[in-house]
Write a protein that binds this ligand. Structure first.
Ligand code: ATP
Ligand code: MG
Length: 570
C-alpha cells in the first residue's frame, strides 16, 4: 500500500477528550474517527488490525470445532419478551420501531436469537453437542461510553453458544472454549489472566472472565502469589478464620458520640481502632430489609452478599428507609435491640467488646458482644478481600491488579432453553431442555487492550501477528531518483515475497516520516536513504530501536530472521 494515497490521518497533538493511551494513540495514528459518543468508524489501518484479530479468533474457534454463522442485528421484541429480558435489560437495550410500529431491538448479545434457531432445527440429542459462533457488531447503550474502543455503544464481538444434553458435555465444552480463549489471547500478544467471575442475573453458575492486565482496566483482580487462584474482586472469597481474642467481656454501655457517624469518625471520637467497630448497613434484599454487619475496617461486597443469601437484587436502603425501618439515622443504627433480621460477615463472629450504633441520635454502644447482646440470623462471606490477606485456597498472599475484561466463558444451564422452550429428545425419547454455554470476546476491545500493553512514548508497538502491515518501507527523499528507484524495487520485491508493506512514498521530510512510522508502530522499518547508491538500506525493529545497515542482496534473509525473532520462534 502506498502511503501517499492511503487514508491515514495522523495527528501530532493528543486529542483532549481522550483519557487513556489506547484511545489517544488510535486517534493520533489515524485508526479511527468518532461518529457519535461511543460510536466509531474504523479507518483502513484499524480495519486491518481488526481483521487480523478476527482471523486468529476464527482459526482457533474453527479448530475447537465451532461452526460460524451470522445472525441478524435487528431483533424482534417478541424473542426478548419470551426470555423475559425485554423488561430486564432496561436502558442498555437500544429499541426501535418499524413502519408498522412493531418493536425491535439492536442486538446487544444473541442468546434469544440463537435459542430460537436451535429449538426449531435441532430436535434430537444425536445432533448435540454443537457450538455456533459469529463475529458481529453489537449495540449497547452504555451509561458511560468511554475510553474509545474499550467501552463503546457499538462494538465488535465474537459470540459463541454451545448446546448439550448433559452437564458433562457442557463441562467439556467449557474447558474446550477456555483453552481456545487462552490460545487466542496468547496469539494476539496479550498478557492476560482468567479469573473467577460473577454470573450476574442470567442464571447459570460457572463463569470465568479473561482479563488483559492494564492499569486502565475497570476491573480489579485479586490473585495469589502462591497458587493460580485469581478472581474478580467482586467474587474473591475470603479465607474464614475462627481466631477470637480471649479478652474478657465488658459490660454493655451506651456512650455519647455527638455527630460521629462514619466508622472513622466514631473510631476517632472514641479513640479505638476501626476493626473494633461493627459497621451496620440497612440493605434491601429483594423485598426484605435486612441489617447487614461487617467489621469497621472491611467493606461490604454486594455481589457476594447477593450470592450468599440467594437474593436476586441487593440495594442499600435510602436514608428515608433507614429512618422508617430503624427509627434512627444512617451511621447511628446497630444490631442491639432491633427486630430487623440480621445477616453478618463471618468476621463479626470473632469480635469481642466492639462498638456499634445504638439506634439513638448521637449514641453508640460499647462493650458489645455477639450472642450475648444480639443474635445473628445468618453468617456469610460478604466482604471484599483485602491485599495482603491469605489466599482463599490457603496458598500464598493476595495481591490486586487492574484488568480489562476481554472475554468471558459462561455456563448458562437451562435459563434460555426453559424460558424459550428449546428441547431435544434424549436416548429414551424423552423431551429435555437443552443445556447451554455462551462465550464472548470483545474483538474491538481486544485491539485497544493490545495498544494499552504494547506502546512506548513514541506510539504503538504492534505484535507481529496483529500488525496492520509487516514492513514500513520509507523512502527518505522521494525526490532523489536513486532512492526512489531502490524503494520502488523493494516495495515490489517484498510484496512478491508475501509481506504486507506500507510504502511511505510521500514528499515529506525524513523527520515527519520517522515520527509517523513510530506512531503507527509497524514492527519492521526499512528506510532507503543516502546509501541507496551503494545498495544499502537501514533496518529497524520498532520494539528495539537499534538500527542496522543491510545490503540489498542480504535483505530477504535478514527479514526472514527478524520475523522469526518477532514471532518468538528464533
Ligand atoms: P462489561 O462488564 O465490561 O460491561 P460485559 O460483561 O457486560 O462487559 P459481556 O456481555 O460478557 O460483557 O460481553 C462479552 C465481551 O464483549 C466482554 O468480555 C467484552 O470484552 C466485550 N464488551 C462488552 N461490552 C463492551 C463495550 N461496551 N465495548 C466494547 N466491548 C465490550
Ligand atoms: Mg462479561
Amino acid at each position: 500500500m502506498k502511503q501517499s494515497s492511503f487514508l491515514l490521518p495522523t495527528l501530532r497533538d493528543v486529542p483532549s477528550d481522550a483519557e487513556v493511551i489506547s484511545h489517544q494513540l488510535m486517534l493520533r495514528s489515524g485508526m479511527m474517527k468518532q461518529i457519535a459518543s461511543g460510536v466509531y468508524a474504523y479507518l483502513p489501518l484499524a480495519k486491518r488490525v481488526i481483521q487480523n484479530v478476527e482471523s486468529i479468533v476464527r482459526d482457533e474457534m474453527n479448530k475447537a470445532g465451532a461452526q460460524e454463522l451470522t445472525m441478524p442485528t435487528l431483533h424482534p421484541a417478541e424473542l426478548w419478551q419470551e426470555s423475559g429480558r425485554w423488561d430486564k435489560m432496561g436502558g442498555e437495550l437500544i429499541r426501535l420501531q418499524d413502519r408498522h410500529e412493531r418493536n425491535f431491538a439492536l442486538g446487544p448479545t444473541h442468546e434469544e436469537v440463537i435459542t430460537s434457531i436451535v429449538r426449531d432445527f435441532v430436535q434430537s440429542y444425536k445432533k448435540l453437542p454443537m457450538n455456533l459462533y459469529q463475529i458481529q457488531t453489537k449495540f449497547r447503550d452504555e451509561r458511560r461510553p468511554r475510553f474509545g474502543l474499550l467501552r463503546g455503544r457499538e462494538f465488535i464481538m465474537k459470540d459463541a453458544y454451545s448446546f448439550h444434553t448433559d452437564a458433562d458435555s457442557l463441562d467439556a465444552e467449557y474447558q474446550n472454549m477456555y483453552q481456545a480463549y487462552s490460545n487466542i489471547f496468547t496469539r494476539v500478544g496479550l498478557t492476560f489472566r482468567p479469573v473467577i467471575a460473577d454470573s450476574g442475573a442470567m442464571g447459570g453458575k460457572d463463569t470465568h472472565e479473561f482479563m488483559a492486565l492494564a492499569s486502565v482496566g475497570e476491573d480489579t483482580i485479586a490473585y495469589s502469589d502462591g497458587s493460580d487462584y485469581a478472581a474478580n474482586i467482586e467474587m474473591a472469597a475470603v479465607h474464614v478464620s475462627d481466631e477470637k481474642s480471649d479478652e474478657s467481656q465488658m459490660e454493655l454501655s451506651k456512650v455519647h458520640t455527638a455527630d460521629a457517624k462514619s466508622v472513622s469518625q466514631v473510631a476517632n471520637h472514641l479513640d479505638v481502632e476501626e476493626k473494633n467497630i461493627i459497621k451496620s448497613l440497612l440493605v434491601q434484599l429483594d423485598d426484605e430489609f435486612v441489617l447487614v454487619l461487617v467489621r469497621g475496617d472491611h467493606e461490604l461486597n454486594e455481589v457476594k452478599l447477593k450470592h450468599a443469601f440467594h437474593a436476586k437484587e441487593v440495594r442499600l436502603a435510602s436514608e428515608v428507609d433507614v429512618q422508617d425501618v430503624m427509627n434512627a439515622s444512617v451511621g447511628q443504627i446497630g444490631p442491639v435491640g432491633t427486630k430487623v433480621k440480621i445477616y453478618a460477615d463471618f468476621a463479626i463472629k470473632n469480635m469481642v467488646n466492639s462498638i456499634c450504633g445504638a439506634n439513638e441520635t448521637e449514641h453508640h454502644f460499647v462493650g458489645v458482644n455477639v450472642e450475648r447482646d444480639f443474635q445473628v440470623d445468618a453468617y456469610g462471606d460478604i466482604r471484599f478481600i483485602q491485599e495482603g490477606e491469605l489466599s482463599p485456597d490457603g496458598n500464598g498472599t493476595i495481591h490486586f491488579a487492574q484488568g480489562i475484561e476481554i472475554g468471558q466463558v459462561f455456563k448458562l444451564g437451562t435459563f434460555y432453553s426453559e424460558s424459550m422452550n428449546a428441547q431435544v429428545l434424549d436416548e429414551n425419547g424423552k423431551a429435555k431442555p437443552i443445556l447451554m454455554g455462551c462465550y464472548g470476546i470483545g474483538v474491538s476491545r481486544v485491539v485497544a487492550a493490545i495498544i494499552e500493553q504494547h506502546h512506548d512514548e513514541n506510539g504503538i508497538v504492534w505484535p507481529y501477528d496483529v500488525a496492520p502491515f509487516h514492513i514500513h518501507l520509507l523512502a527518505m527523499n522521494s525526490k532523489n531518483a536513486e532512492q526512489k528507484e531502490l524503494a520502488d524495487h523493494l516495495y515490489e520485491l517484498l510484496k512478491s515475497k508475501g509481506y504486507q508493506v506500507l510504502y511511505d512514498d510521500r514528499p515529506e521530510r525524513a523527520g515527519v516520516k520517522f515520527k509517523d512510522a513510530d506512531l503507527i508502530g509497524i514492527p519492521i522499518r526499512l528506510s532507503v536513504g543516502k546509501k541507496a547508491n551503494e545498495g544499502i538500506v537501514e533496518l529497524k525493529i520498532r520494539k528495539e530501536g537499534e538500527m542496522e545497515e543491510v545490503a540489498l542482496q542480504e535483505i530477504e534473509e535478514a527479514l526472514a530472521n527478524k520475523v522469526l525473532e518477532l514471532k518468538g520462534q528464533a
